[in-house]
Write a protein that binds this ligand. Structure first.
Ligand SMILES: NC(=O)c1ccc[n+]([C@@H]2O[C@H](COP(=O)([O-])OP(=O)(O)OC[C@H]3O[C@@H](n4cnc5c(N)ncnc54)[C@H](OP(=O)(O)O)[C@@H]3O)[C@@H](O)[C@H]2O)c1
Length: 322
C-alpha cells in the first residue's frame, strides 16, 4: 500500500513509519520538516504546516494514497481533520489516533468503546472528539473508510511525554519520588511498538471500517505500583514522599512532580477485548518487558548522565520537612 503518515518524525508516528516499512508498504510523511534526519531511507517527506489548510492542499495535490494515518496533534481540531480529508485524492482508509481521554471519566470503569464520551479531560478531549466525529460523519455520509484508535499512556523509546523516563531520572539518582495523594489511582499503559504494529495491521482491513478501538496493554496498575515496577526493572530501590495535591496550587509555576501526565483524580481502566475479538490484535509487550526496553534505550542514549532540573521538587521537599 501507499501510506501517508501525518507527522512521522517523533515517537508514535516514527515507530509507525518503521512498522509500515517492515510490512513492505511505501511510506510518505507530512510534517513541517524539522527533524527529517530521523527518517529511515526511502521515506518521502511532504512539507506543510497542517494548520495552514492551503499549504496542506498544495502539499497533497500530486499524490494518491491507499492509507492515511493521522497521528499529529498540532493541536488538531475537527476542522483540521476535515481539511485533511478534503485535500486527499481518492478514497484511502483513514486511521485517526485519538485518545482514551475522550471517555467520560466520571463513569464507572472499565471504559469500553461503548462508553459515552465527555469533556472530563477538557480541551484535549474536545479536540479529539471533534476529530473522531469529523471522520465518522464522512464514513456515514460518503462511505469513506475510517477507523478511530484510542490509546492510553504510551511507553517506549523516544517518548516525548516522559511517562517512564521521568521516574528513571529520579530512581537512578537515588532521589525520592513525590506522590500527589495516595497514589492508588489505577491506570493502563501501552507500548509504542504495539501501538505502531496495531495501526499497521488495521490499515486496509475492511473489518475496521467505521469502528473505534481501544489499543493499549492489558495490565492495570496503580500510580505507585507503576513506579515500583520501574524500580524493579532498573534493579534499584525507590522511596516515596506522599503529599497533599492541594499544595501544588500555591505556586506560580509548579513543575511536574509525578510525570508530565500522570497526576490523576480518577481511575482510567479500559476494556481491550474489541480489537482482539474483531481483528485478532494483541500486544506482544507486557508492562515489564516494555519498561525494560525503555531502560535499555535510556542507558544506550546516555540519558543517565543528563542534567535534570529538580529545583521545584527540592522546594516542595523543603516545604514538607524531614
Ligand atoms: N504519548 C501518549 O501517551 C499518547 C496517549 C494517547 C494519545 N496520544 C496521541 O498520539 C499522538 C502523538 O503522536 P507523536 O508522539 O508521534 O507526536 P505528534 O503529535 O505526531 O507530533 C510530532 C510529529 O508531528 C509533526 N508536526 C507537529 N506539528 C505539526 C504541524 N502543525 N503540521 C505538520 N506536522 C506537524 C512533527 O514534525 P515537525 O515538527 O517537523 O512538523 C512530528 O513529525 C497525538 O495525536 C496524541 O494525542 C499520545
Amino acid at each position: 500500500m501507499r501510506v501517508l503518515v501525518m507527522g512521522g518524525t517523533e515517537f508514535i508516528s516514527l515507530h509507525l513509519v518503521r512498522a509500515l516499512l517492515a510490512r513492505g508498504h511505501e511510506v510518505a510523511v507530512l510534517n513541517r520538516g524539522r527533524r527529517g534526519e530521523r527518517l529511515p531511507a526511502g521515506v518521502r517527506t511532504l512539507v506543510a504546516d497542517r494548520k495552514d489548510h492551503a499549504a496542506l492542499r498544495a502539499a497533497l495535490r500530486e499524490d494518491t494514497f491507499d492509507g492515511v494515518v493521522d497521528v499529529t496533534y498540532a493541536p488538531t481540531l475537527g476542522e483540521d481533520v476535515e481539511a485533511l480529508v478534503d485535500a486527499l485524492r481518492g478514497r484511502p482508509h483513514v486511521l485517526f489516533v485519538s485518545t482514551a481521554r475522550v471517555y467520560d471519566h466520571t463513569l464507572p470503569i472499565p471504559y469500553s468503546e461503548e462508553t459515552p464520551r465527555g469533556l472530563y479531560w477538557g480541551e484535549y478531549a474536545r479536540h479529539k472528539i471533534a476529530g473522531e466525529d469529523a471522520l465518522l460523519e464522512r464514513h456515514r455520509r460518503d462511505g469513506l473508510p475510517v477507523t478511530i484508535v484510542r490509546p492510553t499512556h504510551v511507553l517506549g523509546p523516544l517518548n516525548t511525554r516522559h511517562n517512564e523516563t521521568f521516574f528513571m531520572d529520579r530512581i537512578h539518582r537515588g532521589r525520592p519520588v513525590l506522590v500527589p495523594g495516595h497514589g492508588g489511582w489505577l491506570r493502563q499503559f501501552g507500548h509504542v511498538e504495539d501501538l505502531a504494529d496495531a495501526l499497521a495491521a488495521m490499515l486496509g482491513d475492511p473489518r475496521a471500517h467505521g469502528q473505534a478501538y481501544n489499543v493499549m496493554g492489558e495490565e492495570t496498575i496503580t500510580q505507585v505500583g507503576f513506579v515500583e515496577l520501574i524500580a524493579e526493572v532498573m534493579g534499584r530501590p525507590v522511596t516515596f514522599r506522599h503529599f497533599d495535591p492541594a499544595l501544588l496550587t500555591g505556586w506560580d509555576t509548579p513543575g511536574p512532580v509525578f510525570g508530565q501526565n500522570l497526576v490523576y483524580d480518577c481511575h482510567a481502566v479500559h476494556a481491550t477485548s474489541k480489537v482482539r475479538l474483531d481483528l485478532g490484535i494483541r500486544p506482544r509487550h507486557t508492562l515489564h518487558s516494555g519498561l525494560a526496553r525503555t531502560w535499555e534505550w535510556y542507558r544506550a542514549e546516555g540519558l543517565a548522565t543528563r542534567l535534570v532540573d529538580f529545583a521545584f521538587e527540592d522546594q516542595l521537599l523543603a516545604t514538607l520537612g524531614a
